[in-house]
Design a binder for this molecule. Structure first.
Ligand code: CO
Length: 138
């Protein structure tokens, strides 16, 4: 298990890239929209872990409301797991509360969110790439 990405909710992706890419000097590996989640994202690899910048496409969706309520900042932490079903089952047995079902991206990546109430305050994403030999950026 390793930390796949740390996601930061931002109001304006281009403005955020002026800091992370231009001032800090981290390279952007991928930038795309995820219509299912209502966000535009940019991934900036830092070793095995990436910074994921998330800009809401609609101020009224989940990320938009997060920024409205709490301002820009860390939105979630994501750990890559080998078997998401097994991890979810293990967490449910331990009494943890899932914030979402297991969902899939078009490339077959599967993910689910664990509620901050169960993780001591941090929204936690579980992530299983379609093939563990690849590290897909979704
Ligand atoms: Co994420």
């Amino acid at each position: 298990m390793h930390i796949h990405h740390i996601a930061i909710a931002v109001k304006d992706l281009d403005a955020a890239l002026e800091f992370y890419r231009d001032a800090l000097g981290v390279t952007v590996s991928k930038r795309h929209t995820v219509p299912a989640e209502g966000v535009e994202v940019a991934f900036l690899p830092c070793g095995e872990t990436k910074v994921e910048l998330l800009q809401p496409l609609d101020p009224n969706n989940g990320i938009g409301r997060f920024i409205e309520k709490r301002g820009e900042g860390i939105h979630h932490l994501c750990v890559q797991v080998e078997d998401i079903e097994a991890t979810v089952a293990q967490l449910q047995t331990a009494g943890a509360r899932l914030a979402t079902e297991i969902r899939a991206h078009p490339d077959g990546t599967r993910y689910a969110f664990v509620h901050p109430k169960s993780t001591h305050g941090v929204l936690l994403e579980l992530y299983q790439p379609p093939d563990l030999t690849g590290f897909e950026d979704l």
